[in-house]
Every structure is written in C-alpha cells, then in structure tokens.
Design a protein around this ligand. Structure first.
Ligand code: IMP
Length: 440
C-alpha cells in the first residue's frame, strides 16, 4: 500500500505530525518536491519528555528507526542545509547514514548564488514581492528548467562537479552583479563543493529504480508532500506560489513513480487557514481575532519564524484541493485552537465583482478582490485539547466538523487535537477501507 500526503491550503497544515503518525506503518518515506523552504515539526514524547524535531529537507520518517527515507528527484537540495540538518539530528540522537537516507542523483542542487539571486529578485519585485523563504528555491528550479542546473549526481564526480560549478558561478555572478548584488566567491565555492561531495556522495543513488523495485518487492511507500495545493506552481495562486508542483502530480514526477502506484491520497487541512508571504487570502482576519488565532495556534513559520497570516476555513479551497488531488480523505489539524471562540465562520463561496461563485479564479488579482460568503456556526467554548475519541467531542464541535467534511467533499480520517501523537482522533474503519491497517 502506497500513500501520498498533500497540503491542501497554503502550507503549514501540520503534515509533519500526520506523516510521523503514519511513518512506522511504511517501509519507505519519500519527499518528492520543494526544498528546505518546508518546515515539518514533529513532537515525540520520550521518557516522559517532549522531544521536538523540526525537519526541513529530510523526510519526517527519519525519527523512525525502521524507515528508509528518500529525497526524490523533484526536490531541490542545498548541501549546506542538508549537512546542517544531519548534524542537528545527530545532536538529538538520530544518526543519518547512507542506509536510512537515500538521495536521488537527479535531484537538483541549490547553490549559494541561488540564495543570493532569490534575495535580489525579491527586492526588485517591490510591492509585488512573493515573500519567498529566501532559500534559493525559485532560482534553483529556474536553472533546472533552463537545463543548466547541477544535480546531486554531480557530487559523485568531483572533476566534473568543479568544472560545472565554476562555469555556473561565472554565469550567475554576471546576473547577480547586473541586479546590484555581490558576486559569489568562486574559489570558496569550489572548496565547499569538494567537501559537500565527500559528505553527501554516499547517500546518492538512483532512487527512481530504488522506489519502483521496492514497490515491486511489496514494500510500502509514504510520499510526503511539502508546501501545498494553493502554493503549487500550476494550480496555486500564481505568481504567489512556490516553484514546484506540490499537488499530486508532483508526487509522480518528483519520485519517479506511476500514478497507479499511489492508491490513497490524504490531504492535510487546518481547522482554519494560514498563509505566509504575499498573495491573495480571501478569509484573512486583520483584527484581534486573527491575532488570537495566531497566538493560540503558535502560527509562526517553522523555517523562517515569520508570523503567519490567519483566517477562517475556506471550503472553496478545500473542495478545490479534494478535486485537483483526488483526495481519498482529509486529516484535520489544530481543532483545539478554535476552542474559545463564540462563533466560527466557514467560507462557502466568493462574491467577485458582484457575482457569486464557488470556484477559485485563475487570476490572483480577482481572488484578491473576492469577498467571502460565510456560514456562521456556534463555537463549542470547551476544551478539545488531547481528545482522541470523536464521541468525546462537544456536540457543537462535532457539528462543525461534520459540516466541514460535507462541504469539503471528503471524510476526515484524522482529527488532530494537539501536537502529540496520541492527541489524535483516528477513523480506523475508514483507513481500513483504503487498505491501511495501522498500528498506531
Ligand atoms: P519559496 O518557496 O521560498 O520560493 O516561497 C514562495 C512562497 O511559498 C512564499 O509565499 C513562501 O512563504 C511560501 N512557502 C514556501 N514554503 C512554504 C512552507 O513550507 N509553508 C508555507 N509557505 C511556504
């Protein structure tokens, strides 16, 4: 059984927790797109104490000793970020080796000039800035599409690596200086390149063959998405998006597996909506309520620490994510953050230029102008924190959840009521229908 986990909104839905919950049931956990712009927080209770892991590039399965983690060809890898993450995990007691972390030789590299270009290009955008994570993600994918990128496989041939690094740094420096930036020190980059090759090469392999052979041999694969549907380069709120396909198609191209291999797709969705960076967000709350949700939900970026913009649940987006990704089920997170509210709104459609619609317009400007049409539901004003049985929820919380599932068009397989593994309501019967017999 192979399963894909996808973000449904603008990221930060809590995919890390859901992947972590599921990971011990899978032989392999694979990332397929994005880079260290992602921040997946996993909290594990060990010997009576919480241990917090923030993963950016390495799949969340790494905390499970039996899992093999794969960074697929669709991911962009900053060698410095990768090595820093491996070192951090080591200080937290997790040894990352060439056995538990395999890296696709086809994955592209993020190099220092990509990071510098990301900053320069963003500052030139002025008021239209995307609000990127400044990690060099966009410029690295640009090089990939322009067919001049360096790939992880280049780290296995040092002579060729240095030749390509030297050539690309010169080209990038031309562009950087043209944009008013400082050129990158080529000599230092060549020294660093040799070091990266030595450290990372043992992990590099052809993960496309690895994953397909493993599936043929009956091993199960969990495909871990980063970012989310509304940040997808094709299907999101372009140009306020990331530079990869974070919808289900990206799982196939970014891991090298056929669609027929992915039997189940679960979308992770927050009980409200958040977004970091620029771009339209129809249900955004600009008042104290938005601030209260941010404070209670600890809505600050796991990667950049930026405060997240907060707003009501948007069912137009939920339905779109169910449609584009063919979601089998949803995993709802952070229900407990809404515990104190007197009333809760659900956006069921938009009014754009006087016309009502239940579809997301393709144009970011039109979505910016969209006025949400709300349903208002009474809040339950009782704690749901840590509840692990649906029947134990307050009646009004159950009503809210039933309406969300109905209007989104997919059932909830998981409802998360706190950051820890056991603070989760799991519909095991539903999961069994998908062939997922979980030992959680
Ligand atoms: P980039 O991926 O750094 O190029 O940023 C493009 C847009 O995607 C910006 O609005 C970022 O804030 C957003 N973004 C990228 N990664 C994440 C994520 O993991 N969570 C939430 N937003 C993200």
């Amino acid at each position: 059984m192979n399963l894909a986990i996808i973000g449904t909104q603008w990221g930060d839905e809590g995919k890390g927790k859901i992947v972590d919950l599921l990971a011990s049931n899978f032989d392999i956990v694979a990332r397929y797109q994005g880079g260290h712009n992602a921040g997946h927080t996993v909290i594990i209770r060990k010997d009576g104490e919480d241990q917090k892991f923030v993963l950016h590039l390495i799949p969340s399965g790494i905390t499970h000793p039996a899992s093999t983690c794969v960074i697929g060809n669709g991911v962009v890898i900053d060698p410095r970020a990768l090595l820093a993450e491996i070192a951090d995990l080591k200080t937290q007691g997790i040894e990352v080796t060439h056995k538990n972390l395999l890296i696709s030789n086809r994955a592209h590299l993020i190099l220092p000039y990509h990071v510098a270009l990301d900053r320069r290009v963003e500052s030139h955008r002025g008021n239209n800035a995307v609000g990127t994570t400044m990690r060099g993600i966009g410029p690295a994918y640009e090089d990939k599409m322009a067919r001049r990128g360096l790939r992880a496989g280049d780290l296995t041939n040092v002579d060729l690596l240095l030749e390509k690094l030297s050539r690309n740094t010169k080209q990038a420096n031309n562009l950087l200086t043209h944009l008013g930036g400082e050129p990158i020190d080529e000599n230092q980059l060549l020294v660093d390149g040799k070091h990266w090759a030595e450290m990372i090469a043992p992990h590099i392999t052809d993960t496309t063959y690895y994953l397909n052979n493993a599936a043929q041999a009956g091993k199960s694969i969990l495909l871990e998405g980063a970012q989310a549907t509304m940040l997808d380069i094709d299907h999101g709120t372009y140009p306020f998006v990331t530079s990869s396909n974070s919808t289900i198609g990206g799982a196939c191209t970014g891991a090298g597996v056929p669609p027929s291999m992915i039997e189940t797709t679960i979308g992770v969705i927050k009980a409200y909506t958040t977004r970091v960076g620029g771009g339209p967000f129809p249900t955004e709350l600009h008042d104290e309520l938005g601030e209260a949700i941010r404070a209670k939900g600890r809505e600050y970026g796991a990667s950049t620490g930026r405060p997240r913009r907060c707003g009501w649940f948007d069912a137009v987006i939920a339905r779109y994510a169910v449609m584009v990704n063919g979601l089998s089920a949803l995993a709802l997170t952070k229900l407990d953050v809404l515990d104190d509210l007197e009333e809760i709104k659900i956006c069921v459609g938009y009014r754009i230029n006087g016309k009502e619609t239940d579809q997301i317009p393709y144009d970011a400007g039109e979505l910016e102008a969209a006025e949400p049409i709300y349903e208002i539901w009474p809040g339950w004003q009782a704690s749901t924190q840590g509840i692990a049985n649906f029947d134990d929820l307050p009646a009004k919380a159950k009503n809210y959840l039933e309406r969300l599932a109905e209007i989104s068009g997919a059932p909830f397989a998981f409802i998360s009521t706190g950051p820890e593994r056991n603070e989760t309501i799991i519909d095991k019967e539903l999961l069994e229908k998908f062939g997922l017999r979980l030992s959680i």
